[in-house]
Design a protein around this ligand. Structure first.
Ligand SMILES: Cc1cc2nc3c(=O)[nH]c(=O)nc-3n(C[C@H](O)[C@H](O)[C@H](O)COP(=O)(O)O)c2cc1C
Length: 385
């Protein structure tokens, strides 16, 4: 999979895989889609203009907003980019489920002087309508479309292909990878347990599907035969090289891009990412009703105190949203969902608030340096560098 041009020295060599060549990338790097503010059109376009693959998170957006953000990206770059959606059914919770959830959430709302929450009454929805988002995505004919939380039907993958889109499915274990292959996907994101944000698991129980990136990537590559993008815990060129050595054709990095200048998340979230330790995160379903990895804070701990009250996604997500929006305006990380991967402390090795293009440059340099080190080892040099 890894090709280094023999005519060049390793340091200056072009590094590519079939996946990176397909999209003309200078290194096999995808910026992970991140719903909730990080993946602004400015971030996506900066990554794509730096010759990596930028990705818009469309899951939380209405179809019109997906269209306007895609137009904003296209105004900023003519390079390939992607759009990501959550595959979701419409939620129709019963009153008791909503009342139980609010019994835990209301005391936290009171912290910001918010009145008790109420069930959403139709036509309000707990999440944007997936089918309307999907139709909009097909119409937009984006270069790359990726999905998590569920599986598309073959016919839907075929519609995207007919629109010229390359289709990527997220898998957290082999059975999910095979399901995506059978549905016609072009590539798989291998979401290891280290990854920040929601777990993509759609077959089986999440606690049984926390396979680490190191174990998951080669198993998915072997089982599916499709290009695999390694996601979870990769923060620098060393991690990229490791993933490629395991058989990945690229990496998808989220947490590393969260701290970028173009990422529109509250400053306190960025600060807590940099201050965190390797043990700072947990996987919890208490905040949104779906398992996700984030830095522990009072919001997570207080909602976890009553697991029996947590409504399923997207109901819990919608019911905690106003509270989290207030926390964002107050720049108060205690009541934000601080999604983060286990590699977050590695960001301290970089300048804070780096531009996304500078981060891509740094990753390119680090990847080359790592490969050069391998070459030196292979040549038998006794270097500890
Ligand atoms: C804040 C945050 C939000 C995320 N939102 C999405 C999303 O909307 N869709 C998706 O497929 N993955 C999402 N992810 C996963 C990332 O795209 C990426 O796969 C993951 O961050 C890689 O692991 P890392 O965090 O260790 O780099 C999110 C991750 C984070 C940290």
């Amino acid at each position: 999979m890894i090709s280094v041009s023999a005519s060049q020295s390793a340091a200056a060599a072009a590094f590519s895989t079939p996946f990176s060549r397909r999209f003309g990338l200078r290194l096999p790097l995808v910026q992970g889609p991140m719903a909730g503010g990080p993946t602004t059109p400015a971030l996506v376009a900066a990554v794509s203009n730096a010759l990596a693959l930028g990705f818009l998170a469309g899951a939380a957006l209405a179809p019109e907003k997906i269209a306007s953000e895609t137009a904003a990206i296209r105004a900023l770059t003519d390079r390939p980019f992607g759009v990501n959606l959550f595959v979701l059914d419409t939620a129709r919770p019963d009153d008791a489920t909503v009342r139980r959830a609010l019994a835990s959430i209301d005391p936290l709302r009171a912290h910001y002087g918010l009145p008790p929450g109420a069930p959403l009454t139709p036509p309000a929805r707990y999440a944007p309508d997936f089918r309307a988002q999907f139709d909009a995505l097909v119409d937009l004919r984006v270069p790359v479309a990726s999905f998590t939380f569920g599986l598309l039907a073959k016919e839907d993958v075929a519609r995207l292909h007919a629109a010229g889109s390359y289709v990527i499915g997220t898998a957290t274990h082999v059975a999910e990878g095979l399901a995506w292959r059978d549905a016609g996907a072009d590539a798989i994101v291998a979401q290891g347990a280290e990854a920040g944000g929601h777990r993509g698991t759609f077959i089986g129980e999440v606690p049984h599907a926390l396979v680490g990136t190191m174990a998951l990537v080669p198993q998915l590559a072997d089982a599916t035969g499709l290009p695999v993008l390694a996601a979870g815990g990769i923060m620098d060129g060393r991690g990229m090289a490791a993933a490629l050595a395991l058989g990945a054709q690229g990496v998808q990095m989220g947490t590393a891009f969260l701290g970028c200048a173009e990422s529109a998340i509250p400053a306190d979230w960025k600060a807590r990412l940099r201050d965190s330790a390797d043990t700072a995160t947990s996987v919890t379903r208490a905040i949104t009703g779906r398992h996700a990895r984030g830095i522990r804070n009072p919001l997570m701990q207080q909602l976890e105190a009553h697991p029996e009250n947590v409504a399923p996604y997207p109901v819990q997500n919608a019911l905690t949203q106003e509270l989290r929006q207030h926390a964002a305006r107050a720049n108060d990380g205690d009541y934000l969902s601080l999604w983060s991967g286990q590699g977050a402390p590695l960001a301290r090795r970089r300048e804070a608030n780096l531009g996304a293009a500078q981060l891509v440059d740094a990753l390119d340099t680090e990847l080359r340096a790592t490969l050069e080190r391998f070459e030196r080892f292979a040549a038998g040099e006794s270097s500890s560098a």
